[in-house]
Design a protein around this ligand. Structure first.
Ligand SMILES: Cc1cc2nc3c(=O)[nH]c(=O)nc-3n(C[C@H](O)[C@H](O)[C@H](O)COP(=O)(O)OP(=O)(O)OC[C@H]3O[C@@H](n4cnc5c(N)ncnc54)[C@H](O)[C@@H]3O)c2cc1C
Length: 362
């Protein structure tokens, strides 16, 4: 099968899906290819901040997401052991300090808003395998596998929005600087007890650093910082040293913890790293979101950075295509617009990680 579009986006995560929606709205024909079968993905970031909320509102997407289900956080609280030492409430004119949006709701709402626009096409179960270049080396599309069959998509610009392990980035041989941060995060999810307030809780207890995120649907997502690379050896030992500090700080979680966290199989380990590509653009090719710059979990800003990339890139790309200037010198304006902010945010993440314990001083 041969398909054609102005833009082919590889990866239908938050960054790729929003970009596809905005381009199609601007009259740019866009095909998104996504290797998953639908919007339910492996657990990813699901807390968005005020800036992402504003972007979604500006593009009239927020209401539909809200209708599918979100949960506004009332406070961020810091606990030293059992004691709450600090509490941050929403500022004047704000009604939350972060919002939990299940990724399936975020993606479904954007896809639903794109329905009926002939410029928007999303192909699930489709995995990129190869980038196509013309004789001058300009990227002109991709080859992908869909249900075991090879398909070719010809495009004027190809976008790599395929996440932290980006195949597009590897195929284009774009070097990336990867940094580890000395820790990984173990994630687990339990039902919240009755009366549990929708609050984000950061905890320092017996030398353990934990974060508890209240979620839509009555759940709590819990993250434990563990030493980098230590999960394989931790798994060989008992779970108890990780559950006890949690129950010590929040005795009301004991029943739910004991019922739902009975084995290491209930945990997912996130390898914490950050990265920045040396270049985000080549002739006819752009990387966005985690593919261009992976963020650490600190501050939960990964989705925000990816969606802001899409928001900034959509008008730039629409102009560039109108003027048929798809060489890297014209696409570079996007990278110049975003690179410094991303770099500052990564520096801020490192500062926050090194001063984590200071937040627990009352
Ligand atoms: C466990 C965890 C918790 C996190 N918590 C938060 C949080 O609370 N808040 C926050 O803002 N960020 C958080 N993040 C980070 C956030 O999830 C990412 O920054 C964000 O999802 C990046 O969006 P993206 O669209 O660039 O990439 P992704 O969300 O990674 O999307 C990439 C898409 O590309 C698809 N894909 C990959 N390879 C191919 C291929 N070869 N062909 C076709 N499709 C392909 C994938 O299936 C995926 O759908 C978290 C991340 C993880 C892993």
């Amino acid at each position: 099968m041969n398909l054609q579009a102005d833009v082919c986006i590889v990866g239908g995560g938050p960054a790729g899906t929003l970009l596809g929606h905005l381009l199609a709205k601007n009259g740019v024909s866009t095909i998104i290819i996504e290797r998953s079968a639908g919007v339910n993905r492996q657990f990813r970031g699901e807390h968005i901040n005020a800036e992402t909320e504003a972007i979604l509102k500006e593009h009239q997407l927020f209401k539909r997401i809200e209708d599918l289900g979100i949960l506004k956080m009332k406070k961020v609280e810091y606990f030293s052991g059992k004691n709450m030492v600090k509490s941050i409430s929403p500022g004047v004119h704000e009604d939350h300090v972060g919002i939990h949006v299940p990724q399936a709701h975020l993606l479904s709402a954007i896809i639903q808003e794109s329905e009926g626009n002939n410029n928007f096409q999303l192909l699930f179960d489709t995995t990129v395998k190869e980038l196509i270049q013309d004789e001058q080396g300009i990227y002109t599309g991709v080859k992908a596998i869909q249900n075991g069959e090879e398909i070719t998509i010809s495009s004027k610009v190809t976008i790599g929005a395929d996440g932290r392990y980006s195949t597009v980035r590897k195929l284009a041989k774009i070097p990336t600087i990867e940094m580890t941060h000395g820790y990984d995060v173990l994630w687990a999810k339990i039902p919240a007890p009755k009366g549990w307030e929708p609050t984000t809780r950061m905890v320092l207890v017996n030398g353990h650093q934990l974060a508890l995120f209240t979620q839509t649907g009555g759940f709590i997502q819990i993250g434990w910082n563990i030493a980098e690379g230590s999960f394989p050896s931790l798994r060989k030992g008992s779970l108890q040293p990780y559950l006890e500090p949690l129950i010590e700080s929040f005795p009301e979680l004991e029943v739910s913890v004991n019922e739902h966290l009975q084995s290491w199989n209930n945990f997912v380990c996130l390898k914490v790293q950050s990265s920045r590509c040396e270049t985000w653009v080549e002739d006819g090719l752009i990387l966005i979101g985690d593919a261009a710059h992976t963020m650490t979990p600190t501050g939960a800003i990964g989705i925000n950075c990816g969606m802001k990339d899409a928001h900034i890139l959509a008008p730039i790309l629409t102009n560039v295509l109108t003027e048929n200037n798809i060489l890297s010198e014209h696409l570079k304006i996007f990278e110049m617009n975003r690179r410094n902010e991303i770099k500052s945010q990564q520096i801020m993440q490192i500062k926050q990680e090194t001063s984590f314990s200071q937040k627990f001083v009352g």
